[in-house]
Design a protein around this ligand. Structure first.
Ligand code: GDP
Ligand code: MG
Length: 180
């Protein structure tokens, strides 16, 4: 007998934040399981996919990697936000300005009419650089709380910490799966 045809659901997750915070590395880490030796500044829109299986359902996770301050961004920005299922805001724990700039990214996101039901998470990346930390966890937690987001502190680089990178996306996928 033929297997019944089941449409694989696709969840679109966008990763946003300042340039150089590690958005591309996080995307690679989740989709490819590795830390890239070298990343090109992302031009426009770029996405990678990974198929995960949860409770017997196969789900295609489409991670949209965005370019921070690049001049190409403006014309592409509409595409990022269209039909988005979840948003990942990233800052660099060793760079305070990437944390204070989050409010700009949140404004941009809200400005594109992303519905309130769309889950948002906050990610402090580069936790492996322990001696250089500028953004204390307590400060990030407070911010995450105020914006109704979960906080993850990760390192896309350190394989030990990279477990946490998977956790970000799997947490979102579970929430989305339960939502719809
Ligand atoms: P993007 O501009 O946000 O996409 O940032 P990239 O992913 O291109 O990373 C910017 C730089 O930060 C690169 O040199 C990466 O190797 C480095 N980087 C990214 N993630 C980490 C991390 O978790 N720890 C450390 N130490 N460096 C990282
Ligand atoms: Mg990039």
């Amino acid at each position: 007998a033929l297997e019944p045809y089941v449409q694989t659901r696709i969840f679109k997750i966008i990763v946003i934040g300042d340039s150089n915070v590690g958005k591309t590395c996080l995307t690679f880490r989740f989709c490819g399981g590795t830390f890239p030796g070298k990343t090109e500044a992302t031009i426009g829109v770029d996405f990678r996919e990974k198929t995960v299986e949860i409770e017997g359902e196969r789900i295609k996770v489409q991670v949209w990697d965005t370019a921070g301050q690049e001049r190409f961004r403006k014309s592409m920005v509409e595409h990022y936000y269209r039909n988005v299922h979840a948003v990942v805001f990233v800052y660099d724990v060793t760079k305070m300005s990437s944390f204070t700039n989050l409010k700009t990214w949140i404004e941009e996101c809200n400005g594109h009419a992303v519905p309130p039901l769309v889950p948002r998470v906050l990610v402090g990346n580069k936790c492996d650089l322990k001696d250089l930390i500028q953004v204390p966890s307590s400060m990030a937690l407070k911010f995450a709380d105020a914006h109704n987001m979960l906080l993850f502190e990760t390192s896309a680089k350190d394989p030990q910490e990279s477990q946490n990178v998977d956790a970000i996306f799997m947490c979102l996928v579970c929430r989305l799966k339960a939502q719809r």
